[in-house]
Ligand binder design. Structure first.
Ligand code: CUV
Length: 635
């Protein structure tokens, strides 16, 4: 194990164990894959038809067009927007699943679920323009579910999706409508991307990229509804103290890792685990059942219920190598297929649950909302049985865990600010931005990637920005990084925040009853919860009478990897946010597409991509952008 693999101390502890036991991990496979295909890295390999594969010679000596005549610009644009379509499909499918569940709850068909936050449901109704006065909760829920499902169904191209129309500033909507990139129907927009990139269709790179941006905004729409409806059903996050890193695994407990993205499953597993705790104790687990989270399912249950986070994407395999995870139950997305093989090296049950997400070698429990409790009982039962087979001699739980205060959704942030000014909660935030105590705001999002030492770019950039008084928000595996490395604690604020930022975080945290500062990085939730950050930014923009592209707000995905991250980054740009990537995007084989996304986007949307692989320099560049924006605002 070298520091160019991971800066997580758990990795340093467990990779030698893996090696000794002959288990290969993501880092071994990364090494075996070198050198990686240069054409693929540049995005100039086209596999869209069977005349190919074709690739354009980046040095200009060989072919400059594919067999059909598509040049590098067309090939790169087609490839990247197909990634956006896949990302949008993933988030939106998750959103649809929640919307259908909400409809089931409204109709009284899903006894395992309730509306846990009626106030949220009413505020969602208001946002969507649904009159909830005098109506029963179930009736409101039904109307909201149908309005959400309409975003997958509307055929009127001139009518934007309900959620995006409710989520953005009027100025932003107007700008996006003017560019014809406002989505009217998530499914249709994704289908259009697939259709226009078929052989012999759209070959104009600008037109293709604009189609991709529409797809990315459909992704945003799907995220908004996934987040807000999940809050209504499972509860809106509020600050909670918990812990992160593999030390949250307990030797004396039946450890069940919930992994993936969709809370419909993990919420019920948490509920049922409480009911079956005695059974686990009877099986010899003196500490009962211990649920731990991985990836975004982990973030979902962490911000809502304080379930500890075991790890983020890149070290999901290491959780198994502790030898103490009795079951890993997964739903959808970001689950390495390798987990079934590693689980088989131990006693660990790897349990898939979704019809469209099976893994060879894993056990499958067909999860249905209608039979959720029964399914969860079966899953927890498998975990307890597995616990009995656990080999104590193979248990290696690294002694690393950090305290993390998490659960800062929009409502929680407004609540904390409201403790300072109940009448006008945004005022303390705006005043402190205006007077420079808060220099700007940075949202960290996205995955881990073997191309960077795990977590290192997140941590380096965040520390530098914090020192320079930038307020830090995080979601997804970025949030996981910060939680594992202790940056979501009050101590981190004391240690790393610049003086003025520290004073603001201390004033807000103390007023909000935290007995000290807010944590250095505010955990807003999973990847779909990036919509929460836009909500806060939109409120600030509206209050100032400006648009999102005028705020001293930046985004960073320093270790991005997934197609979902490509979609998120792209909507972030379209919403006017300068967006940093710490990984070279697979588009540089086309100077034209690269220029479009890093330069021209600025004129069209106000937001743009900034690529900087060095985290120190990335932090400097983000600070420069923040200062530019401040200057333009005259603050
Ligand atoms: Ni959705 S998309 S690796 S789990 S953030 Fe994590 Fe977050 Fe990327 Fe996946």
């Amino acid at each position: 194990m070298t520091t160019n693999q991971s800066i997580d101390p758990s990795a340093a502890a467990l990779l030698p164990v893996a090696k000794k036991q002959g288990i290969s991990t993501v880092w071994d496979r990364h090494k075996a894959m070198q050198p990686q295909c240069g054409f693929g890295q540049l995005g100039v390999c086209c596999r869209i038809c069977w005349k190919g594969p074709c690739r354009v010679d980046p040095f200009g000596d060989g072919p400059q067009v594919g067999i059909c005549g598509a040049n590098a610009d067309t090939i790169v644009a087609r490839n990247v927007i197909r990634m956006i379509a896949a990302g949008a499909a993933s988030h939106s499918e998750h959103g649809r699943h929640i919307a259908l569940a909400l409809l089931g709850v409204a109709k009284g068909e899903l006894p395992a679920y309730q509306i846990r936050d009626e106030q949220k449901l009413r505020s969602v109704a208001a946002k969507l323009g649904i009159n909830s006065e005098g109506k029963e909760i179930a009736a409101i829920a039904e109307e909201i579910a149908l309005a959400s499902l309409e975003d997958f169904r509307n055929q009127d191209h001139d009518k934007p999706c309900n959620w995006i129309a409710s989520a953005l500033t009027a100025k932003r909507l107007e700008r996006l409508a003017g560019l014809h990139v406002l989505p009217h129907n998530i499914d249709a927009v994704i289908t259009q991307i697939m259709a226009r990139t078929h052989v012999g269709c759209d070959s104009d790179p600008v037109n293709l990229i604009l189609g991709g941006i529409k797809g990315a905004l459909a992704d945003f729409d799907g995220m908004c509804l996934a987040t807000e409806l999940s809050d209504a059903v499972f509860g809106t996050p509020s600050p909670v103290v918990t812990a992160a890193n593999l030390g949250v695994i307990k030797e004396g407990a039946v450890n069940i890792a919930v992994h993936g993205h969709n809370p419909l499953l993990s919420e019920i597993v948490c509920d049922v685990a409480l009911l079956m705790d005695d059974e686990a104790r009877k099986a010899g687990a003196k500490d009962g059942i211990n649920i731990i989270g991985i990836c975004c399912t982990g973030n979902e249950v962490m911000v809502r219920h304080g379930i500890p986070l075991a790890t983020n994407y890149l070290s999901q395999e290491l959780a198994l190598i502790t030898g103490a995870v009795d079951a890993m139950v997964v739903d959808v997305q970001c689950i390495m297929p390798s987990v079934s093989e590693i689980g088989a090296c131990f006693h660990t049950e790897i349990i898939t649950t979704m019809d469209d997400n099976k893994i060879t070698g894993a056990r499958h429990v067909r999860f249905r909302e209608e039979t959720a409790v029964e399914n969860a009982r079966q899953i927890v039962g498998f975990a307890i049985d597995a616990f009995k087979r656990r080999d104590p001699l193979r248990v290696n739980i690294p002694d690393f865990k950090q305290t993390a205060i998490v659960g800062f959704g929009t409502e929680a942030i407004m609540g904390a600010l409201g403790a300072i000014n109940a009448e006008d909660p945004l005022k303390p935030l705006i005043d402190n931005i205006a007077n420079g105590n808060i220099r700007g705001i940075a949202l960290f999002a996205g995955c881990n990637n073997t191309q960077v030492a795990q977590d290192s770019s997140f941590v380096t950039i965040a520390k530098k920005l914090a020192k320079n008084n930038v307020l830090l928000l995080a979601t997804g595996c970025g949030a996981g990084s910060f939680a594992k490395h202790g940056l979501m604690s009050q101590e981190a604020t004391d240690e790393y925040a610049g003086e003025s930022l520290k004073a603001v975080l201390t004033a807000i945290g103390t007023a909000a009853g935290l007995n000290g500062p807010l944590p250095l990085v505010l955990h807003m939730g999973s990847c779909v919860d990036n919509s929460r950050a836009v909500e806060v930014a939109g409120a600030v923009a509206n209050r100032l009478g400006v648009d999102l592209d005028q705020l001293p707000l930046v985004a960073s995905a320093p270790e991005a990897m997934s197609e979902k991250a490509v979609a998120i980054g792209t909507w972030s740009v379209a919403l006017g946010i300068p967006t940093h990537l710490g990984i070279m995007p697979q588009i540089t084989g086309s100077a034209m597409v690269t220029e479009l996304l890093t330069e021209t986007a600025k004129e069209l949307f106000g937001g743009y991509f900034m690529v900087e692989l060095d985290p120190n320099q990335a932090a400097d560049k983000l600070l420069t952008v923040i200062d530019e924006r401040r200057k333009a605002l005259g603050i």
